[in-house]
Design a protein around this ligand. Sequence first.
Ligand code: ACO
Length: 399
Amino acid sequence: GYDVSKLLKQTGAVTFDPGFMNTAATTSAITYIDGDAGILRYRGYPIDQLAEHSSFLEVSYLLIYGNLPTPSELEAFDQKIRRHTLLHEELKGFFNGFPRDAHPMPVLSSAVSALSTFYQDSLDPFDDEQVELSTIRLMAKLPVIAAYAHKKSIGQALLYPDNSMNLVENFMRLSFGLPAEPYELDPVMVKALDLLLILHADHEQNCSTSTVRLVGSSNANMFASVSAGINALFGPLHGGANEAVLNMLRQIQSSGMQPEDFMEKVKNKEAGVRLMGFGHRVYKNYDPRARIVKATAHEILSKLGGNDELLDIAMRLEEKALADDYFIERKLYPNVDFYTGLIYKAMGFPEKMFTVLFAIGRLPGWIAQWREMIKDPHTKIGRPRQLYTGELERQYPAR
Ligand code: ACO
């Protein structure tokens, strides 16, 4: 109801761009996306090549330091992370302060924020050694915090990290292992999780990453900035969609509805039903990450014994959508969340953990973007303008 051009004229040299649909807030050399062509590259390497040949640890190094590591650089990175997995005992006490049924995302963001209180020797954003130390601390400790948030929510004891394992293996053991019982790693599960983490590792200036940069632009430390990013990811329009897809597939299954009937409801916009896991602000073509997850979902689910009936429903929904004018005209394709929930579920994670898994994957991206922002001579404190629509001036009444 506002005359935007009039407000713009009143305010001076500003642009009005809600949702930042057309505003580049920064330059960046980390991740390249061509949404029309369905291309995603980290530091120039195509996502499908990284998914096939790399590991989450190597991709993290690539994003954070700019180049693929040599074998000895990768080994050193891995060892440093293994050495920093322990959480301060007092920080572990933190987990008892939350209600048993707390969602693990706010538990994760609170504990990451609390890292600023326990590790005060790595808070200076302009001291390279301290930045390096908080990088390693976050990479090592965030997955441990995530596993503890899960353990707490199911009422099980917290295990100490086992530093004979790498980051992903350790996370699996801390999530599913039991005290006094040897935990045997399932290589299929480790490989599947590693792949999904690679696919989530960075996605340029999305909502949580922009949040990390905005908070960091005030020179807030890396723990504080990443904690803010986790809270942004918690929102259902961002990281929460993977959980919603599974609920949708279950609903279709339990109602006995045919996928075709569900599609009709979506197209008729009945009660706001959307095909969850479809559509994307940037991709107007097949999300290249979804293509990779889809290709491996069958294989992984048959090995892990996942729910094939839900996968069949998902495949039928996709097949129908890709041939339907409604979806073709709007350029709606599956996004990364369409198939990931089925795999997380087959691994044994409860729905509430799905977005936490996304956060573990996105961590190296947040760190890389924060470090790029701090080093960028063009960085200024993030401070958007506004178009004021309130009362211009009023006199306080004499009483
Ligand atoms: N199902 C049905 N129709 C859809 C869907 C969908 N999933 N997504 C978009 N549309 C329709 C809209 O109704 C609209 O149609 P209209 O012009 O007739 O009103 C048109 O497509 C454009 O949609 P917008 O909402 O304007 O697109 P926007 O770029 O703002 O939203 C979003 C993108 C939020 C991802 C949207 O596609 C959506 O809600 N998808 C489902 C939720 C989801 O999967 N989110 C995960 C995103 S990926 C990630 O976070 C990793």
